[in-house]
Design a protein around this ligand. Structure first.
Ligand code: ADP
Length: 189
């Protein structure tokens, strides 16, 4: 099973990623977590991405590619992956498709968690400070939501055209969202 999870900040990506990966026995690869780990460890990559994360801007595509490629290859050898947070730009999506074709690693579905912007803002402001993230000040939260709308949302059309988009209502209970994702995946819709 090879899955992409595309959702705005605050939609519940982390929670759903864990539940769905556990169900299929596959690895979750969270690009945000990978990046925050690099920053915390003070690696060369961490030093160069830190300012992007702090501002809520996207990390440049070339830096993302190397990080994601290595993680995906390793997870795929173990049976599959759920990629949480990648791709986030059309360039990343195109590059990812090209790479998946070369590696003969077709993606089964792109899951989109749909949550309205006011609800996202409410959730993000509500948990602000709780996770110790450097990007959860109000101005940065608003900026991350904007980046999703302008840069990431166009990817949904791409996956819809490819026939692999699964849209799920993310404003239900955590359990109901997970159930909808699993039902959608097993019906292949
Ligand atoms: P959220 O969805 O709440 O913004 P993430 O943990 O998924 O949180 O991502 C945190 C940050 O990591 C992003 O704001 C961005 O700076 C960086 N990041 C994560 N994935 C990508 C990606 N695919 N391309 C560029 N930057 C990324």
């Amino acid at each position: 099973m090879r899955l992409l999870l595309i959702a705005p900040p605050g939609a519940g990506k982390g929670t759903q990623a864990k539940a769905v990966s556990a169900h299929y026995g596959i690895d979750t690869i969270s690009t945000g977590e990978l990046l925050r780990r690099e920053v915390a460890a003070g690696t060369r990559l961490g030093l160069s991405v830190r300012e992007y994360l702090d501002r809520g801007d996207l990390v440049p595509d070339p830096l993302m590619r190397d990080l994601v490629t290595a993680a995906v290859q390793e997870a795929d050898r173990r049976g599959g992956f759920l990629l949480d947070g990648y791709p986030r730009t059309l360039a990343q999506a195109e590059e990812g498709r090209r790479w998946a074709r070369e590696q003969a690693m077709p993606v089964d579905a792109a899951i989109y968690l749909e949550v309205s912007p006011p609800e996202l803002l409410r959730r993000l402001l509500g948990r602000s400070g709780a996770e110790g993230r450097s990007d959860d000040r109000e101005a940065t939260i608003r900026h991350r939501l904007e980046v999703f709308e302008t840069t990431t949302r166009p990817l949904l059309d791409l996956y819809r055209e490819l026939g692999i988009l699964l849209t799920v209502d993310g404003e239900q209970s955590v359990e109901a969202v997970t159930a909808d994702i699993l039902a959608g995946l097993s019906s292949g819709s």
